[in-house]
Write a protein of this length. Structure first.
Length: 278
């Protein structure tokens, strides 16, 4: 049966890699729909994303690639199709609402398994789109107890990614490690500027002329994970801190949905504390 899949390769660069890889695809009678590659000049690391169509024998294809690729390579063959996410929220609706609408109109192709919140405020919004909502309150719980309760709700869904759509809780290293490189956060500043809480108020005090938002993978270091997407919008001296908050909401939701699109299309390679987008 004809299928579409994406081949992702990361390895040390060497001569003839593209020819070797594409010849293996040809040997397997696979049609290359699109191919993009990049070599990082600092590390000498080679990245390649290849959209393929054909009749696949995954194990044989992987074996042939392993024989051809240099030592220290990683390769992955990903089936085309919708990814499953669980969205975590607190009280702000704009990022969740934007994702729900884009999934509803088909412009963002993903399956929302559930929305999980530590407050009840957004339950009615999720339920308007027939998405299950789980209230997992943090009140009277330690961080460890709260995260254990979150995992109890999240893990049965077997989601590909967790999306922090303005989820205003700092996650522990243990929680982050459990979902390594699978948690996507939206931070309301143009990182690395204004890390942590109240970035718009920090920006206002500094008299900035642009404000921005950053979507990134979550790591143990607060707001310092590999950046997926960033955008900015101009402001000036007439903006109050609250004006900046209002202007920033549109940027935040747009950045998050664009970052999700990149991740869902398997275009994002994590390379140390950076990303390569192909």
């Amino acid at each position: 049966m004809m299928e579409k899949k994406v081949l992702l390769i990361e390895c040390p660069d060497s001569k003839g890699l593209i020819a070797q890889i594409t010849n293996i695809c040809y040997k397997h009678q696979l049609n290359i729909i699109r191919n993009t590659e990049y070599v990082d000049p600092d590390s000498g690391q080679f990245f390649m994303r290849t959209q393929l169509e054909g009749i696949f024998n995954d194990s044989t294809l992987m074996l042939d690639l392993d024989r051809a690729l240099p030592q220290g390579s990683s390769r992955q063959l990903v089936a085309a199709g919708r990814k499953k996410v669980v969205i975590l929220v607190t009280k702000e609706a704009h990022c969740l609402g934007d994702i729900l609408m884009k999934v509803y109109d088909g412009s963002l192709k993903l399956d929302i398994a559930a929305v999980v919140g530590n407050h009840p405020d957004l339950q009615s919004l999720a339920e308007k789109f027939d998405i299950p909502y789980h209230l997992v309150s943090h009140l009277n719980l330690s961080r460890e107890q709260h995260e254990a309760a979150l995992r109890q709700v999240i893990d049965p869904y077997q989601a590909d990614y967790l999306v922090l759509a303005k989820f205003m809780r700092v996650l522990s290293p243990a929680f982050v490690a459990h979902y390594k490189e699978r948690i996507i956060n939206i931070h309301h500043s143009f990182l690395p500027a204004f890390i942590g809480a109240n970035p718009y108020h920090q920006a206002h005090k500094r008299g900035v002329k642009i404000i921005g938002a950053t979507a990134h993978f979550v790591t143990d270091d607060l707001d310092e994970g590999p950046i997926i997407k960033q955008m900015v919008t101009p402001v000036d001296h007439t903006y109050s801190a609250m004006d900046m908050v209002k202007a920033g909401r549109d940027v935040e939701k747009n950045v998050l949905s664009k970052a999700l699109q990149l991740v869902l299309e398997d275009r994002v390679f994590v390379h140390g504390n950076k990303t390569v987008i192909l």
